[in-house]
Design a protein around this ligand. Structure first.
Ligand SMILES: O=C(O)c1ccc[n+]([C@@H]2O[C@H](COP(=O)([O-])O)[C@@H](O)[C@H]2O)c1
Ligand SMILES: Cc1cc2nc[nH]c2cc1C
Length: 347
């Protein structure tokens, strides 16, 4: 049964200092590449080397359905979860097309889709055929919550053993912005209305209803904010738990993990509550436009590099960050140093 290790791989401060020196010696103003330099230093600390390893990367798209979708919290039909799971493998979704442009492998992992995807190429880690409607019953059992975490951990471990140097996480799960908001609300002890948003686009009226659904679920099951597994089981989702499992695995193995949007933030908050300090191994790619993103990111202490007002999910924003990482590698590989051009700064 899933048992998160208390210790992540250490952050290598020596590798970070080496990267800072390397960046400062390049023929440009000191710190001129701004957040790109912060990213380079963070990656060096996680990987334990100033010689960044980023060529082989894999996006894990965890897919699951949500009983709460039956409560009318989304305008998108449930079947989109399984249809887009297959379309991702066929290369035709947002994440799949961006992954092609950014040389990233994509795996789709069924952790709770309400459809038979066996024999399709989707990795089968099905915990159940969707969660329960969290208004009328807890979303899942405690055992199922642990299974979801374990599924994410195992797929991440396989991907690391295959030689992947960067892991990215995304998701497909119609209705999942509702449990994500509920989890963040409980874990951070903030009102539901501050974190419930429009997901894959809903009307003002449905937004009011969605907020009430989250409030009702929390009142009905009283998830314990000091027990992250209790929160995941009562108001969570299988793919959110699986993402958290992948984050724990990446942190344990010194592999940087790139977050996508709001559902990743919920997974990261869960992860940080399970094993404090894990966030040091996580990279925020973009600022999701979902309500509650700022509150979650601020609590995590993460600053995303991109703000494109995106709210697709799937891993699409995470994959876009690879373009910046490749650009960073080009800078490190090709730029002159100040010595090369015989320039010294005056103090
Ligand atoms: O990544 C995000 O920030 C994000 C924000 C809003 C929606 N989504 C995606 O849209 C779906 C959930 O939307 P909803 O309205 O059904 O809860 C799910 O498949 C997510 O991947 C993703
Ligand atoms: C088409 C579609 C694709 C998605 N991918 C993630 N969430 C989604 C929601 C919709 C509506």
């Amino acid at each position: 049964m899933f048992n998160p290790r208390p210790q992540d791989a250490p952050i290598d401060t020596q590798a970070q200092a080496q990267m800072k020196t390397k960046l400062d010696q390049l023929a440009k103003p000191v710190g001129g590449l701004g957040q790109l330099e912060t990213l380079a230093i963070k990656l060096a600390g996680i990987e334990g080397t100033a010689d960044l390893q980023t060529a082989k990367r894999c996006c894990l798209v965890f897919a699951g359905d949500h009983g709460v979708e039956k409560a009318g919290v989304s305008s998108t039909p449930r079947k989109v979860t399984w249809v887009q799971s297959l379309n991702t493998l066929a290369g035709h979704t947002t994440v799949a097309s961006l992954a092609k442009a950014n040389r990233c492998q994509v795996k789709v992992v069924d952790v709770g889709v309400d459809h038979d995807l066996s024999g399709t190429g989707v990795i089968d880690k099905k915990v159940n055929w969707g969660t329960q409607n969290m208004v009328t019953s807890p979303a899942m059992t405690r055992d199922e919550a642990l299974q979801a975490l374990q599924a994410g951990y195992d797929v991440a471990l396989d991907s690391i053993r295959e030689g992947n140097q960067l892991l990215l996480v995304g998701e497909l799960g119609i209705g999942n912005t509702t449990p994500a908001a509920a989890m963040i609300s409980v874990l951070l002890q903030i009102p539901a209305a501050t974190v419930v948003g429009r997901g894959s686009v809903i009307s003002d009226q449905r937004l009011i209803h969605k907020t009430r659904v989250v409030e009702d679920a929390i009142i009905n099951w009283q998830p314990d904010p000091t027990d992250p597994i209790d929160v995941l089981s009562k108001v969570g989702g299988f793919e959110i738990g699986a993402k958290a499992g992948a984050m724990l695995c990446a942190a344990e193995h010194g592999v940087p993990l790139i977050l996508d949007g709001f559902l990743s933030y919920a997974g990261a908050v869960l992860t940080e509550k399970l094993v404090p300090g894990t966030t040091q191994h996580l990279i925020a790619s973009h600022f999701s436009r979902e309500t509650g993103s700022k509150l979650a990111l601020d609590w995590l202490g993460l600053t995303p590099l991109l703000d494109l007002q995106m709210a697709v999910g799937e891993g699409s924003g995470a994959v876009l960050l690879l373009g910046l990482i490749d650009s960073l590698q080009s800078v490190l590989a090709n730029m002159n140093t100040l010595d090369d051009i015989a320039v010294q700064f005056k103090d």
